[in-house]
Design a protein around this ligand. Structure first.
Ligand code: TYD
Ligand code: MG
Length: 450
């Protein structure tokens, strides 16, 4: 490997690293790193200068315990993290501005600090007064959190290290910058360099670090997505337009399951973990409206009941609109095509809108039949039967296929008061639930009126 021609070099032993760390990984000296930039052009031969040897260790000398996780005592956050904060890990929490990232971070920081964990909170985005006011509102104004009102990343990291932080929160990555890097704060060069320094810092100091980052609806390229491959875990905060339910989802996690979700509600006293997410997701369910179908999906380790809503109205447009929120537009197109060809319900002269309750994103094909039922109900403007759920994967042939973990899904629907479910042929019976088995779309449509 060619030796980097810029980065940080230990004054004591000459060890080099691309990213700043507080302690030399080779000679363990503190604060011995200084920035260097060799004048040779990148890739040019290095002459005879011997490279400083890198660190070596026997595999058997490497620690083999997973390390103790720090619980944030916020059940839904711990769940998504995979059981708490792993020391030395770097976690990115992304989401739209105003969704509640800072609120969640402050609540987690307060719980940790109140239990004696040393927490450093870099508030580059807000003034200490604003953070204090928010903390008061959350009822945690006296939590022993150390604020670092710095926007220089290196200065903030040095301060966190000096106070012996065990958990470091940076709110937000866009609000800190690296001195000497001659580019826009929040721009790609700044973000990737900041990410690299943070990885080295949290690993080198065994500090559990969480950074927040704004992602705009367009998912702009220079955003935190750049950091995704660098960090250990990526959590995204999502919500439905206007709703108070917030869903935190792990899209990457080196220390836990991905697709695990945490469900919160934004209240006057901050974010509260939702103990019964299915009930929160079904709170807007209107059994008497056409176009509404309930299903259960498996999100991470648990089943969640949710509602698919569809609306279909006649249009004069030559190419009618197809608007999907919470599911892929391509999936909507596919199911509309199946509905037309296999079920004889044609929406070719209608605008169709489909959405999923609570800001959830449907990734689970087991919800296909519910989408199809909602679309059929919307197109014919006839409400679906009450207290009925829909489970099944829909094939292009119109066949309704088995779904995974069907028992757990049926159990969740039963718990939510559903007494009947339309399911694929061959589904084993479940107590307290009447199953209507169907083999294909045509059979399913015949059952939509009860
Ligand atoms: P915030 O955490 O600042 O969002 P982000 O950091 O993701 O940009 O959340 C701001 C929103 O949350 C704002 O609209 C006010 C609302 N909020 C509450 O409803 N209750 C509360 O207790 C707090 C602190 C904020
Ligand atoms: Mg914020």
């Amino acid at each position: 490997m060619p030796r980097p021609n810029r980065g940080y070099r230990c004054k004591e032993c000459g060890w080099t690293t691309a990213a700043f760390v507080g302690r030399c990984a080779q000679c363990q000296a503190w604060n011995s790193l200084e920035q260097f930039a060799d004048s040779r052009t990148p890739g040019a031969p290095r002459g005879n200068a011997p490279a400083a040897p890198g660190r070596t260790m026997l595999l058997s000398e490497a620690p083999d315990d997973p390390g103790t996780r720090l619980s944030t005592e916020i059940e839904e956050l711990d769940r998504v993290l995979g059981g708490g904060i792993v020391p030395g890990s770097l976690v990115l929490v992304g989401g739209d501005p105003g969704i509640g990232k800072s609120t969640l971070m402050l609540q987690a920081a307060a719980r940790l600090a109140n239990r004696g964990t040393r927490v450093a909170y870099v508030c580059g985005e807000e003034s200490p007064r604003q953070v204090r006011m928010r903390a008061n509102r959350l009822g945690v104004g006296s939590a022993p959190i150390t604020l670092i009102p710095e926007s220089s990343l290196d200065a903030a990291l040095a301060a966190a290290e000096a106070m012996g932080a065990e958990v470091l929160i940076i709110d937000s990555i866009q609000s800190v910058y690296i001195e000497g890097l001659d580019t826009r704060s929040g721009g790609p060069a700044q973000l990737s360099e900041a990410g690299a320094r943070l990885v080295a810092f949290s690993k080198g100091n065994e500090i559990g670090t969480i950074v927040t980052g704004h992602v705009t609806k367009g998912g702009e390229i220079a955003g935190p997505r750049l950091l995704e491959h660098l960090v250990d875990a990526v959590l995204y905060f999502e919500n439905a337009e206007g709703g108070s339910v917030r869903v935190l989802r792990a899209v990457k996690n080196r220390f836990g399951a991905t697709d695990e979700v945490g469900v919160f509600e934004m209240t006057g006293q901050g974010l509260q973990s939702v103990e019964n997410p299915s009930s929160a997701l079904l709170q807007t369910h209107d059994a008497d409206a056409s176009g509404c179908a309930v299903t259960a999906v498996i999100e991470g380790s648990r089943p969640l009941a949710l509602e698919v809503q569809a609306l279909a109205v006649p249009t004069n447009l030559a190419s009618p609109r197809r608007i999907a929120s919470g599911l892929e537009t391509s999936r909507l197109h596919l199911l509309l095509a199946v509905l037309a060809r296999r079920g004889g319900i044609n929406t070719g002269s209608m605008d169709v809108v489909a959405s999923v309750s609570g800001g959830m994103r449907l990734r689970d094909p087991g919800a296909d039949l519910a989408v199809l039922a909602a679309l059929a109900s919307a197109a014919t403007d006839r409400p679906l039967p009450r207290a009925t759920g829909y489970l099944g994967e829909v094939a292009l042939s119109g066949a309704i296929r088995q779904v995974q973990q069907v028992q757990r899904r049926l159990g969740e629907l039963a718990r939510m008061g559903f007494t009947r479910c339309v399911v694929p042929d061959g589904t084993p019976p479940v107590e307290g639930m009447t199953l209507t088995t169907v083999r294909n779309v045509r059979e399913a449509l015949l059952r939509l009126d009860g």
